[in-house]
Design a protein around this ligand. Structure first.
Ligand code: COA
Length: 150
C-alpha cells in the first residue's frame, strides 16, 4: 500500500485547540492549551499541522523562527500515523526557508534521535540535566547545505 499523501499547513489561532488536543496525546510535557496559547502569541512562535488530505491533523510541529534560523520546540505524530513520512513532511514544510534548524531532544529518545539523524541533523553537543527530572538533552543542528530545496 502506498503511504498517504500528507497535507501540511501553517496553523493559525483558530487551530490552537486542535494543536493542544494532539499535544495531549503525543507529547503532554509540551503543555496544555493555555500554555500553548501564551507561547504562540510571541511573534517568533509558529506551528504547523499535518495529516491526510481532508482529514483531521495527525501531527504537529511548534517552532520559533528567528531568521535565518528555526528552532524546533516540539514535533509529534500520533502513534498510529508514525513511520509513514509525516514527521518528515512537517519538518520539510517548516524548514523550507531557513538556513539552519536546531533543537534539543531527550538523550533517551531513540526514535526522535533516529528520525533527526535520518533527516541530516548532526550532534552539536550535550546539555547536562536539561529536562525536569535530570535527563540530558542532545543538541542537534542541520545546516543549510543539507536542506533539500524544491
Ligand atoms: C519522532 C517522530 C516525530 C517521527 O515522526 P514520523 O512521522 O514517524 O517520522 P517519519 O515517518 O517521517 O520518519 C522519517 C525517517 O526517520 C527515521 N525514523 C523515524 N522514526 C524512527 C524510529 N522509531 N526508529 C528508527 N528510525 C526512525 C526513519 O529513517 C524514517 O524513515 P523510514 O520510515 O523510511 O525508515 C515520532 O516518532 C513521534 O511523534 N515521537 C513522539 C514525540 C517525540 O518524541 N517528538 C520528538 C521530541 S520534540
Amino acid at each position: 500500500m502506498s503511504p498517504p499523501a500528507w497535507g501540511v499547513r501553517r496553523g493559525d489561532p483558530a487551530d490552537v485547540a486542535a494543536l493542544a488536543h494532539l499535544v495531549a496525546q503525543v507529547l503532554p510535557e509540551a503543555g496544555d492549551e493555555a500554555f500553548l496559547r501564551g507561547l504562540l502569541v510571541r511573534p517568533a512562535a509558529e506551528f504547523w499541522l499535518g495529516g491526510e488530505q481532508g482529514g483531521p491533523p495527525a501531527g504537529f510541529l511548534v517552532a520559533q523562527r528567528v531568521p535565518p534560523e528555526l528552532e524546533i520546540l516540539w514535533l509529534g505524530v500520533l502513534a498510529e500515523a508514525r513511520r509513514a513520512g509525516l514527521g518528515r513532511a512537517l519538518l520539510g514544510a517548516a524548514g523550507r526557508d531557513c538556513e539552519s534548524i536546531h533543537l534539543e531532544v531527550r538523550a533517551g529518545n531513540r526514535a526522535a534521535l533516529a528520525f533527526y539523524r535520518s533527516e541530516g541533523f548532526g550532534e552539536r553537543g550535550r546539555r547536562r540535566s536539561y529536562y525536569p527530572g535530570g535527563e540530558d538533552a542532545i543538541s542537534l543542528q542541520r545546516p543549510l547545505r543539507d536542506i533539500p530545496r524544491g
